[in-house]
Design a protein around this ligand. Structure first.
Ligand SMILES: *[C@@H]1O[C@H](CO)[C@@H](O)[C@H](O)[C@H]1NC(C)=O
Length: 260
């Protein structure tokens, strides 16, 4: 279980306190932890999961990562989810934010074929969180596009917005009865810029000033489609909240991202 965020948040909290102030956290403060599927799950090819861009890239270009490490096993949350949730319980969090691996649920990216084991895994995970009074908060996309969709141009292909909406609807349909807080994309600026401009993110396609803008445009449309799909159908059914986690602005000096 990746606890970096927890430590970081705690650290920032301490820095923000005025000097000499009593170090007391307000009673209504809600603690949470956060992970990303590729960083923790492992089980990269387990029970019907499709390949995603990080699987593909780390396997085909091992030199891309300094020590040749991959997320093939990572924290092995795919197998150790019960232990991980027990740790969350022990440290007393109110929320746990995690992302769904798109290609674990839809192996080739499209909604026409759902992988039952992927659904089983997330159902178990969500149910176990709730059993321990930890509220699940789900990110739909945390940088791990199904490779089959990358082969069709990834986020530079405008149709990706529709494929994302279809995927989002599958996720709302499957988990929306229990998951009330949804986040569409994690750090769109970082993955568009990282993939197409600085090249630090898979699949490392350098097209600065073009690829990153095409990516940002599709990602904004994808977010809008998913948001409307939730508002139109699922909000009535489940009464959940749809949180935008970003604003993306493309200006003459580049892209600006605000997390809200
Ligand atoms: C999954 O990948 C591992 C290597 O990481 C390989 O040894 C194994 O055969 C693969 N399993 C399947 C079902 O493809």
């Amino acid at each position: 279980m990746n606890m970096d965020l927890l430590f970081l948040s705690g650290f920032v909290l301490l820095l923000l306190l005025p000097k000499g102030a009593p170090r007391k956290i307000p009673n209504d403060f809600q603690f949470g932890t956060a992970t990303a599927a590729y960083q923790v799950e492992g089980g990269w090819n387990a029970s019907g999961k499709g390949e995603n861009i990080w699987d593909h890239f780390t396997h085909h270009y091992p030199d891309f990562v300094k020590d040749h490490s991959t997320g093939d096993i990572a924290c092995d949350t795919y197998h150790k989810w019960k232990e991980d949730i027990q740790i969350l319980k022990d440290i007393g969090v109110n929320y746990h934010r995690f992302s769904l691996s798109w290609s674990r649920i839809l192996p080739d990216g499209f909604a026409r074929r759902i992988n039952p084991d992927g659904v089983r895994f997330y159902n178990d995970f969500i149910n176990e969180l709730l059993k321990n009074n930890i509220e699940p908060m789900v990110t739909l996309y945390h940088w791990d596009l199904p490779q089959r969709l990358q082969d069709l141009g990834g986020w530079t292909n405008p149709d990706m917005a529709i494929y994302f909406k279809e995927y989002a609807k599958v996720a709302f349909e499957l988990f929306g009865d229990r998951v009330k807080r949804w986040i569409t994309m994690n750090e769109p600026y970082s993955f568009c810029e990282g993939t197409y401009s600085s090249g630090i993110a898979a699949p490392h396609i350098l097209s600065p000033g073009i690829g990153d803008y095409l990516c940002g445009r599709t990602v904004l449309l994808a977010h809008a489609h998913a948001y409307h799909a939730y508002e139109e159908k699922f909000k009535k059914l489940y009464g959940g909240m749809y949180r935008n986690c970003f604003l993306l602005f493309f200006g003459p000096i580049g892209m600006v991202q605000l997390n809200i």
